[in-house]
Design a protein around this ligand. Structure first.
Ligand SMILES: *Cc1c(COP(=O)(O)O)cnc(C)c1O
Length: 347
């Protein structure tokens, strides 16, 4: 496989820990549950984008880029991680973020938006329909000024980025051998699909029986998400020159734990965040890992797992989003109706 030959720049502290969550297993009367701490990759506040960036940034370096340009949501973890990688590698950063109106900049500079500001990013907030146009214009303007800007695809789910999660499966297998466990399931949040694609490819390539369960993070249906993951897998298999046969049956997706739109707050996510914080002192986030843990909890309650199963929850990061979501999270914890579930920064 071509994986070992891919250019890579080290940004993450690897391996990330694999820890057993005994209190959570007991609280859920569930299977053995472990957490893979990709919130501890060590870049900015950690998260799954670090592993992708290790394989994406070498191309920008080879191009001798002095600016990284990328776009994503207003409180995007991708933007935080990419800005951190760019800064560490001596580059400047332009973040084109989608918001409810052009130039949106709330008074309480919070969560990832605060981090983007501190990273000295050039921040342009636009309506989603204008993001691509502003991307193009930004690239042209920088070139006219004699710079070498490099455009990174939002969220990094292109084949080099996917390679980061093929590797994660190898890392996880080594850790499972050390711990003397056989992993049956891996549960995680699936968005643009790069993480799930890499994990599924890794599980197949290494001949494991680990079933990778992705829980959606927006309004996409199960079938729509499977289609996205499937196409990322196909593209990545070609790129990695891996002659594997992966079908839609290998792509397991649950779509009933996300809100009606990307980043919308749900009661299930708030409950999951509180249960895990109380049982284990571990913090999830409202957009990705909270809903994904709600999925794991839902599967436990439905009796989906056998008591002897070993389930790994992949913590993909994002906990700084707890703070801008403080109002609905606290309301749910107090058993009250939240004053909002659609975030004010939502486009
Ligand atoms: C981006 C992100 C995901 C989703 O990863 P994809 O590869 O886009 O599917 C999950 N969790 C967190 C915290 C993220 O920031």
């Amino acid at each position: 496989m071509k994986l070992s030959a891919l250019p890579r720049v080290r940004l993450a502290n690897l391996p990330t820990p694999l820890q057993e969550l005994r209190n959570l297993s007991k609280a859920l009367k569930g299977p053995r549950i472990f957490v893979k701490r990709d919130d501890m990759t060590g870049l900015a506040f950690g998260g799954n984008k670090t592993r992708k960036l290790e394989y994406l940034m070498p191309d920008a370096l080879a191009d001798q880029a002095d600016y990284i340009v990328t776009s994503a949501g207003f409180h995007s973890n991708w933007c935080t991680q990419t800005a951190a990688a760019a800064r560490r590698l001596g580059m400047k950063i332009v973040l084109i973020k989608t918001g409810p109106k052009e130039g949106y900049d709330p008074e309480d500079c919070d969560g990832n938006h605060l981090l983007h500001f501190l990273q000295g990013a050039v921040i342009k907030v636009v309506k989603p329909e204008n993001a691509q146009k502003v991307e193009r214009e930004t690239m042209e303007q920088l070139k006219l000024k004699g710079h070498r800007p490099y455009l990174l695809t939002a969220t990094g789910s292109t084949p080099p980025g996917v390679a980061g999660y093929v590797n994660t499966m190898l890392e996880l297998l080594q850790q499972s051998v050390e711990l003397g466990i056989n992993i049956d399931y891996l549960v995680h949040a699936t968005g643009s699909g790069g993480t799930q694609s890499g994990l599924i490819i890794g599980a197949k390539a290494l001949n494991t029986n680990i079933k990778v369960i992705g829980s959606t993070t927006g309004s996409r249906s199960k079938d729509e998400q499977i289609e996205i993951v499937s196409s990322v897998i196909d593209e990545s298999l070609r790129f990695l020159q891996l002659p594997l046969r992966i079908t839609d049956e290998d792509i397991i997706v649950h779509d009933q734990y996300a809100g009606d739109g990307y980043g919308f707050m749900t009661e299930g996510a708030a409950e999951a965040i509180r249960i895990v914080a109380e049982a284990e002192g571990l913090f999830l986030d409202p957009v990705y890992t909270g809903p994904a843990m709600a999925c794991l909890i839902g599967l436990c309650r439905d009796g989906f797992f056998r008591p002897e199963d070993v389930v790994v929850f992949l913590h993909t990061g994002g906990s700084v989003a707890l703070f801008p979501y403080r109002t609905p999270i606290k309301a749910y914890a107090l058993g009250e109706a939240p004053s909002w579930t659609v975030p004010p920064w939502s486009p």
